[in-house]
Design a protein around this ligand. Structure first.
Ligand code: SF4
Length: 237
């Protein structure tokens, strides 16, 4: 995948795009460019891996639904995120032509990317980029969503089909159970190829289903500035 081609295509769709060689470079840029404001997060393993919740909190008010403050809930925190100046999220897939694809269970992440913020910033690993729109949607449904379900220990068909085998391999590799080291489990899942993951979406009716809506940004919505930060290498699911 030629990242410069993707960058150019995203720019034609209205995004400002940066490519960073290392996660540290991306974090330094975000820390320097987001300051003295309020920042809402859409649920993202990439943002968690980069520890942006803590890094940006040094100079901003950071609101993360997955980590509500005492006395708050996911819902009340997600509501507050809809009203921030800056909104940060990742994507499940980006096409070579520059379409951005995301799946969401509660809808707060998709809502935040659509309207209501002065500035929307996507932070996206190179591993999620490339191919056609059809391939991107297939990736979002059949790779990103099952990995997220496994990472959240959901008892969904996509996760239950492989969790025993993947847990066994994780124990062999790390000499501990997945529940003992959440970060290592997330790293293990992130690094699995599609063949190693060996599951897919069952379009389930499970109460733990994490997929409710799929959003494709054909181009940048006109209501806000939007940036895409591309990280070389693997980041997130
Ligand atoms: S719809 Fe259900 S089976 Fe499909 S990826 Fe989402 S949680 Fe897994």
């Amino acid at each position: 995948m030629n990242l410069d081609t993707v960058k150019s295509n995203l720019e034609k769709k209205g995004y400002t795009v940066f490519i960073f060689d290392t996660e540290q470079d991306a974090v330094s840029y975000l820390k320097s460019t987001i300051s003295g404001t309020d920042v809402g997060f859409g649920g993202s393993q990439t943002l968690t891996d980069l520890d942006l919740r803590h890094v940006l909190a040094e100079n901003n008010k950071v609101i993360v639904p997955d980590f509500p403050e005492e006395g708050e809930s996911f819902r009340s925190t997600a509501d507050k995120c809809l009203d921030t100046e800056v909104f940060l999220l990742s994507a499940n897939a980006v096409t070579e032509a520059g379409e951005i694809v995301n799946i969401d269970g509660t809808g707060n992440r998709l809502a935040g990317s659509l309207y209501g913020h002065k500035r929307v910033i996507y932070v996206i690993g190179e591993n999620k980029i490339g191919g056609t729109l059809e391939e991107a949607i297939r990736r979002a449904r059949n790779i990103a969503a099952p990995k997220n379900a496994l990472g959240l220990y959901r008892r969904t068909p996509c996760a239950m089909a492989v969790v025993e085998e993947l847990s066994r391999r994780f124990r062999e590799q790390y000499q501990k159970d997945p529940e003992e080291d959440q970060l290592a489990w997330q790293d293990f899942l992130r690094d699995l190829s599609e063949e190693e993951l060996n599951t897919h979406c069952y379009d389930c009716k499970s109460p733990g289903r994490i997929c409710a809506s799929l959003l494709v940004h054909w181009q940048k919505p006109s209501s806000a500035k939007a940036e895409v930060i591309i990280l070389k290498g693997k980041a997130g699911f």
